[in-house]
Design a protein around this ligand. Structure first.
Ligand code: C2E
Ligand code: CA
Ligand code: CA
Ligand code: CA
Length: 281
């Protein structure tokens, strides 16, 4: 039996075997992590390029596992998506982000109020009670729908256009704001873009980072901004890392920026300190 076990072991290429075991282990840990509350939200500021002030934050989930340390969302979100764990995790994220926003809005009243952007995965978007539980969360936290912006990636939105549009329209009945995330990385068809009832396009960071290298990339960024405005949308540029990028984006008419140049994603305490600094100066 021992030999058989050993032989079987060798059927797998070692690399693949390790990967399967690792994935399986990660899935078990992910289940447990939800119960043990190993998740934490980080917040990255979104800044007006005209006033240089923070207008809101994007909530970005972090998993601090006692054994592995920080696991990147790029690694565990796809897994949570495949296993359906994204549903309970997504509800926790929505609740935690809304509670935090309610605290900030009370502490730092502005007109319009500070906003929170929350990422929605494909699985969450098609979840049948999505609209109901968002409505319930808004009631519990006393927030206006307008304070919440849901980010849906271009790839997810284009995957099934008609379904995406009908869900977006239902979300809009709660006055929620909607944003197309990672714009430019998927295969958008211009004939669909104007049918999405969205307020914002987020230019993917790959274009922003190459903007100064080639004229072509600068032209792409410029075109996305012009297109958004023509469709009545505003623009957030992601991955702004330098003053030069900020200035260039501003000169192209881009309204908002997000990136390490302004702030990395930080925990709620540090984000509160950023707001404190802005409002008490
Ligand atoms: P995303 O929605 O495109 O989020 C932006 C990512 O870019 C974040 O990575 C952020 O830390 C990073 N970033 C921001 N500014 C800069 C910059 O100036 N330079 C560089 N190099 N990177 C920057 P993060 O937090 O690792 O998240 C990765 C992805 O995981 C997100 O991409 C999003 O797709 C997903 N994700 C994160 N949090 C959530 C969540 O709560 N729910 C869902 N469904 N997905 C999430
Ligand atoms: Ca996002
Ligand atoms: Ca993005
Ligand atoms: Ca991106």
């Amino acid at each position: 039996a021992k030999d058989l076990g050993k032989g079987r072991h060798e059927v797998f290429a070692t690399g693949m075997h390790t990967q399967i075991v690792k994935r399986f282990q990660l899935e078990i840990d992910l289940h447990r992590a939800i119960e043990q509350q190993e998740f934490e939200l980080y917040y990255q500021s979104i800044v007006s390029l005209t006033t240089a002030r923070i207008v809101g934050f994007e909530a970005l989930v972090r998993w601090n596992n006692p054994q592995y340390g920080f696991v990147s969302p790029a690694e565990f979100i796809p897994l949570a998506e495949e296993t359906g764990l994204i549903i309970p995790l997504g509800q926790w994220i929505l609740q935690a982000a809304c509670q935090q926003l309610a605290v900030w809005q009370a502490q730092f009243p502005t007109n319009p109020p500070l906003m929170m952007s929350i990422n929605l995965s494909g699985h969450q978007l098609t979840q049948c009670d999505l609209v109901d539980y968002i409505e319930q969360t808004l009631q519990e936290t006393g927030l206006n729908g307008e304070s919440l912006k849901l980010e849906i990636t271009e790839t997810v939105a284009m995957n099934d256009v008609e379904t995406a549009i009908s869900i977006m329209l239902r979300l809009r009945t709660l006055n929620l704001r909607l944003s197309i995330d990672d714009f430019g990385t998927g295969y958008s068809s211009l004939s669909y873009l104007h049918r999405f009832p969205v307020n914002t396009l987020k230019i993917d960071r790959s274009f922003v980072s190459r903007m100064e290298d080639t004229d072509e990339d600068a032209a792409i960024v410029q075109t996305i901004i012009m297109l958004s405005h023509a469709l009545g949308m505003d623009v957030v540029a992601e991955g702004v890392e330098t003053a030069a990028q900020q200035a260039k984006l501003h000169s192209l008419g881009c309204e908002y920026g997000q990136g390490y140049f302004f702030s990395k994603p930080v925990d709620s305490k540090t984000a509160t300190a950023l707001l404190d600094k802005q409002f008490n100066n």
